[in-house]
Design a protein around this ligand. Structure first.
Ligand code: NAP
Length: 594
C-alpha cells in the first residue's frame, strides 16, 4: 500500500514524542461533495492502513486509545463522519443516506491515496461499513465490524427470524422508532439525553475524558438523528442476497444493549469468510477494553495482510465445526473417573485438553487415549491443594497453550466416618484439595480469562453432599457446600466479564472415589458396593458438564438422587436434616478381622 504524499498539517499538541516511529498525527480537511470532512492520520503511511470509522453520537476521538495502540504497526486513519465533530453538517435529512456516507468513505480513501485499506467500524460506522464493502468492491482488504450489522442483513433477520428473536431485537432498538418523531429527539438532546447517555456510559465503565464524549455532543446528537430518519425505515434498493465478499471479523460485545446475539449470529449466513469473536464488554468496548480491541484488530489485519498465523482465539473464531472446536479446556483430576470422562468428552467435540492430575502417569494415560482418537491433549502433574504448584501450572498452561476457554475444577477426595472419628489431618486434607484446589483454580484461571477479555467458563465439581447433610461425610460435605457457595459468588462477580460459572452436583457416580477414600470407622466395603451398584457412569456426568457450559447453567444437579436432594434442599431442608439423623454412623461397619 502506497504512501499518500499529502502535506501534513501538524498540531503541536498532537505531536507524539516518538517521531522515529512516524507517530506524527496529521490533520486536514477534505472535500467530499456537499461536505468538508475532518481527516486524521497517524503512523507510518508505508504500513498497512487501518481506517477506523466511529458511530453515533461519537466522533473520531472515540478511537483515541485504540489508534494509539495500533500506530506502531499500522498507518491509522480516522475522520469525523458528516454531522459530527469538526466535519460539516448538512441540514436536510436526505444528506445522511447510506449512499452519501459511503461516498464520504470513498472520498477519504481517495484523499489518503490508498487503493485498499482494512476497515473497522463501530455502531453507525459499522453499519455504513457493511454498505461500503458491498458498494466499493476491491477497496477493502478486510472489515472488522463492531456493534452494527448491515441494514440489509438486519432487515432479512427481522423478516426471517423466529418471532421471539425478532421481538428481542425490536426491544433493543426501541429508540429507532422514537427518533422518527419530528422535533422530539432534538428537544430531548437539549434536555435529558446527554445526562442519560453519560450515566449509561458510566455504568459500562466508560470514564469521560477529553475528546469523548466530544464537546460537540449535543450538536452531533441532533444531527445524527437524521441517520435514523434517512435510513432505518426509508425505502432501500432491493438486495435480495446481501452477501459480503470481504474477510470479515465480527466483534460481539457480550453486554451490548443495542444488538442481540441472535442477530449477530445470523450474519454468518451472508459472509463466507467470517471470524466471530466475543469481547466481555459493553457497547463502547474500544473505550473500556482498548487493548483487547486493538489486539483483535491487529491480529486480524496481519493475518489477512501477510498470512501471519492466527492466534488460537482468531483461528477458533473462523471455525464452524461446533461449539468446542479449538477451545482450550483444563481439567483437574483428569486421570480418573469424572475428570477423565470430561476430558475425553471435550476432546471428542474438538477441544484441546490439558489433563492435570496428581498422578502424572494417569494424566498421561488419559491424554494418550485422547490422542489415539485423533484428539489433542497434554498431560501435566499438579497437586491442586498447593498454591505454589497451581501458580506454576497456570503459568505453564498460559505460556505453552494460551489462556484456557474452559476450566473444570474436578479433582477431589473423600473421607468418610463420623465427625468425632475424623482426625485434624482429615479435615486439612479434605479442605485443602476439595476447597482450596477449587479456589486456586478459579483465582488463577479467572484472572487470565479477565485479562484476555474474551470471556470463558469455569466449572466446579461439588456434590449432592453440598446440600444434603450426612453423619458420614462431615468434612467432605462441608468442603462441597463451600464450593457451591463459592461458585454462586463467583458467578455473580464474573457475569459482567463474559465468564460463566457452573457448579455441578452429582449424586452417586460409579468411579474409583470410594476405593481412593480414607475411612474412619470402616465403611469401605459398603461405600464401594453402593457406588458400583449405582451403575451411573462418569460419562453421563461429562455430558451434563458439556451441556451446562453451552447453556451457561448455574447449578447442575446430576442423576436422580442429585436432583431429588437438590429439590428437597429448597423445598424442605428440615426433611433432609431429619434424614441425616436417621443415617447410622456405624452403618456398614465390618466386623473386625481376626
Ligand atoms: P476419582 O475417580 O477418585 O478421581 C479423582 C481424581 O482426582 C483422581 O485422578 C485423583 O488422583 C485426582 N486428585 C486427587 N487429589 C488431587 C490433587 N490434590 N491434585 C490433583 N489431582 C488430585 O473420583 P471422581 O468420582 O471422578 O471424583 C471427581 C470429582 O467428583 C470429585 O471432586 C468428587 O468429589 C466429585 N464427586 C464424585 C461423586 C462420585 O460418586 N463419584 C459424586 C459427587 C461428586 P489420584 O487417583 O492420584 O488420587
Amino acid at each position: 500500500m502506497s504512501s499518500s504524499g499529502l502535506t501534513p498539517c501538524l498540531y503541536l499538541d498532537e505531536l507524539s514524542n516518538n517521531l522515529s516511529r512516524c507517530e506524527v498525527r496529521r490533520m486536514r480537511f477534505i472535500d467530499a461533495g456537499d461536505v468538508r470532512l475532518a481527516l486524521h492520520e497517524q503512523g507510518d503511511p508505508a504500513r498497512p492502513t487501518v481506517l477506523l470509522v466511529h458511530g453515533y453520537p461519537d466522533t473520531h476521538r472515540v478511537w483515541d486509545e485504540v489508534a494509539e495502540l495500533l500506530t506502531p504497526g499500522f498507518h491509522v486513519v480516522r475522520y469525523d463522519v458528516r454531522g459530527a465533530g469538526r466535519s460539516s453538517a448538512p441540514r436536510e435529512t436526505g444528506a445522511y443516506r447510506l449512499d452519501r456516507l459511503v461516498g464520504d468513505l470513498a472520498a477519504v480513501l481517495d484523499a489518503i491515496g490508498e487503493q485498499t485499506v482494512h476497515l473497522v467500524g463501530h455502531d453507525w460506522g459499522s453499519i455504513q461499513g457493511w454498505e461500503a464493502v458491498r458498494r466499493l468492491p476491491g477497496r477493502f482488504a478486510s472489515f472488522t465490524s463492531m456493534g452494527g450489522p448491515g441494514l440489509h442483513q438486519w432487515a432479512r433477520f427481522m423478516k426471517d427470524a423466529a418471532p421471539r428473536d425478532v421481538a428481542g431485537q425490536a426491544l433493543r432498538s426501541w429508540y429507532m422508532a422514537a427518533f422518527q418523531a419530528p422535533g422530539l429527539p432534538e428537544l430531548a438532546w437539549h434536555a435529558v439525553v446527554p445526562r442519560v447517555l453519560g450515566r449509561a456510559m458510566r455504568l459500562e465503565g466508560v470514564r469521560p475524558r477529553e475528546g469523548h464524549p466530544a464537546t460537540t455532543l449535543v450538536r452531533d446528537g441532533t444531527n445524527g438523528v437524521n441517520l435514523y430518519r434517512a435510513n432505518m425505515f426509508a425505502s432501500r434498493d432491493e438486495v435480495p442476497e446481501p452477501y459480503v465478499d470481504v474477510p470479515l471479523q465480527l466483534i460481539e460485545a457480550a453486554n451490548d444493549p443495542f444488538v442481540s446475539p441472535r442477530l449477530l449470529a445470523s450474519l454468518r449466513r451472508w459472509v463466507p469468510r467470517m471470524w466471530h469473536r466475543k469481547i466481555a464488554a459493553g457497547h463502547w468496548a474500544q473505550r473500556t477494553h482498548p487493548e483487547v480491541v486493538a489486539r483483535m484488530i491487529g491480529e486480524f489485519v496481519r493475518h489477512i495482510e501477510d498470512g501471519t498465523p492466527p492466534s488460537r482465539e482468531l483461528a477458533r473464531a473462523g471455525g464452524t465445526r461446533g461449539v468446542y472446536d479449538r477451545r482450550l479446556v483444563v481439567v483437574t483430576g483428569a486421570g480418573s473417573g469424572i475428570g477423565r470422562a470430561t476430558a475425553r468428552a471435550f476432546a471428542a467435540h474438538g477441544a484441546e485438553v490439558v489433563c492435570a492430575d496428581l498422578d502424572l502417569d494417569a494424566a498421561r494415560r488419559t491424554a494418550e487415549e485422547i490422542g489415539r482418537r485423533d484428539g489433542v491433549a497434554h498431560a501435566r502433574r499438579v497437586d491442586v491443594s498447593r498454591a505454589d504448584e497451581m501458580e506454576l501450572f497456570a503459568q505453564a498452561v498460559r505460556d505453552e497453550h494460551g489462556t484456557p476457554d474452559i476450566v473444570v475444577n474436578n479433582a477431589g477426595i473423600a473421607v468418610t466416618g463420623s465427625f468425632l472419628d475424623h482426625e485434624l489431618s482429615d479435615w486439612r486434607r479434605t479442605i485443602d484439595v476439595n476447597l482450596w484446589g477449587v479456589v486456586h483454580g478459579c483465582r488463577l484461571f479467572a484472572r487470565q480469562m479477565v485479562e484476555r477479555g474474551e470471556g470463558g467458563h469455569i466449572v466446579n465439581i461439588a456434590s449432592l453432599a453440598a446440600f444434603m447433610p450426612s453423619r458420614l461425610l462431615p468434612a467432605y460435605s462441608t468442603s462441597k457446600a463451600a464450593v457451591k457457595m463459592l461458585s454462586d459468588c463467583l458467578r455473580a462477580e464474573l457475569a459482567g466479564k463474559g465468564i460463566g460459572v457452573t457448579v455441578v452436583c452429582p449424586g452417586f457416580v460409579s468411579t474409583a472415589i470410594a476405593s481412593n477414600a480414607t475411612y474412619r470407622g470402616g465403611h469401605r466395603a459398603l461405600s464401594e458396593w453402593v457406588l458400583l451398584r449405582r451403575g451411573y457412569p462418569p460419562e453421563r456426568v461429562a455430558a451434563h458438564i458439556l451441556r451446562a457450559v453451552h447453556h451457561d447453567t448455574a447449578v447442575v444437579p446430576v442423576n436422580a438422587e442429585g436432583k431429588i436432594g437438590y429439590a428437597l434442599s429448597r423445598l424442605s431442608p428440615g426433611l433432609l436434616r431429619g434424614f441425616a439423623r436417621l443415617t447410622d454412623a456405624n452403618m456398614g461397619r465390618l466386623p473386625a478381622k481376626r
